[in-house]
Design a protein around this ligand. Structure first.
Ligand code: ZN
Length: 399
């Protein structure tokens, strides 16, 4: 038996596979969005393969009902209400101590820096709602990254791979599906009651099969050559459907790429801001941006979040100072007795900021405090036009 410190993961095992490129896998960065049933299976397989850097995103906590199909969760995790992402990342490193798995507890759209989407080789979606898929697709298209989408229900499941220029989730939505998403994400100034997503019944079998195929597709993307060509048949622009009831598996062509789809807007070029961090204040950031871009006027346009300073209830008319990002408002209101009771009987209106310039009244707050995550890319309007500027000082936190 080899000494523990000289053993390299997969040596003499994966290295026997003609296609397996050890260095590519070891250096690969994969973002896994969702740490439920599929996320558990996906991260387990990525760890077994020895994928060097895994980032796991989820805002949810573990419940007892999750244990039936989540291989990395234990009963004690449910009793301690641990965060799914944290446990998944921790267990992945127990399976394979030679990899690095990092958790991000938060919303995929508003609380994960766009720099991370740009940094990874491939994104794997392990999601259970259309809105989350719609948002993830927007980010991946902006970053120019392929993303693997898995979905499971009962004994069936499907996997699709969306690749910029070839296939796009938003292009494939029907009018009804699109309208449904718009209704749920649309109303910016009214506080919505966050309804829990309709839970679908799944089995550990569907999760294993679909999660495994998602990872296999991600491995193919990691092994693409520099021209983007593959030695394998990939699911890029295709849909794989698995029916457990009949054991039937079909692959269909699914390459919808329409003109004028708003999701295809690519954010490039991105200018690196080595002295920019979400830990810095608004006023510091505005002045750093002015000198970096050599302009007189800068305005940061928050695209995925807002800063709420007050909310106002209708009946009785009453104002509450909250001072938090929109993404945290729902949690905040649930944990405040007065607000929690009121929200069932009245509507709340938000007073918010999404364009941040010298007139923003809370200049001493940090970017994180107003809802801009670490390692994000800022959308900046100036007299010379639009710029995309990365909070590059934060990159070190994700290496
Ligand atoms: Zn599209």
């Amino acid at each position: 038996m080899k000494e523990q410190n000289t053993y390299e993961w997969g040596e003499g095992v994966f290295t026997l596979l003609s296609w397996f490129k050890k260095d590519k896998v070891k250096n690969a960065r994969v973002l896994v969005v969702g740490a439920g049933a599929l996320g558990n299976e996906v991260v387990k397989d990525l760890a077994l393969f020895g994928v060097g850097h895994i980032y796991v995103v989820d805002f949810d906590r573990i419940e007892l009902s999750n244990l039936t199909r989540s291989v990395l969760f234990r009963e004690a995790d449910a009793y301690s209400h641990s965060y799914k992402a944290e446990i998944v990342a921790k267990r992945a490193m127990e399976i394979n101590p030679q990899i690095k798995a990092m958790s991000i507890v938060g919303n995929l759209f508003s609380e994960v820096g766009f720099g991370l989407y740009r940094m990874v080789d491939v994104v794997i979606g392990c999601l259970d709602s259309r809105i989350a898929r719609y948002q993830l697709n927007r980010l991946c298209m902006r970053a120019g990254k392929s993303w693997v989408d898995g979905s499971i229900e009962n004994m069936t499941g499907s996997v699709q791979v969306y690749t910029p220029g070839l296939s796009c989730y938003e292009c494939g939505l029907s009018r009804d599906e699109f309208n449904h998403i718009m209704v749920r994400t649309g109303c910016a100034d009214v506080v919505n009651l966050q309804s829990s997503a309709g839970r679908v019944a799944t089995t550990p079998i569907s999760a294993s099969i679909i999660g495994a195929i998602e990872v296999q597709e991600a491995m193919k993307i990691i092994h693409l050559d520099t021209e983007g060509a593959s030695q394998f048949k990939t699911l890029q622009g295709k849909l794989l459907h698995y029916e457990g009831l009949t054991n039937r598996t079909n692959v269909y062509k699914f390459s919808t790429w329409k003109n004028n789809c708003p999701a295809h807007e690519r954010w490039e070029p991105v200018i690196e801001g080595p002295n920019l961090s979400a830990k810095r204040t608004v006023s510091e950031t505005l002045s750093t941006l002015k000198s970096l871009l050599n302009v007189n006027n800068v305005e940061i346009n928050m695209c995925n979040n807002k800063f709420i300073d007050r909310i106002v209830s209708d009946k009785p008319e009453k104002e509450f100072k909250v001072m938090i990002p929109d993404s945290q408002l729902d949690n905040y209101m649930s944990s405040n007795d007065e607000l929690r009771k009121l929200r069932y009987v009245t509507i709340f209106h938000k007073s918010f900021y999404e364009n941040i310039d010298v007139d923003f009244p809370y200049q001493d707050l940090t970017l994180q405090q107003i809802g801009i995550p670490l390692f994000d890319v800022l959308h900046v309007s100036t007299e010379k036009g639009l710029f995309h500027v990365e909070l590059s000082e934060d990159a070190a936190l994700f290496l």
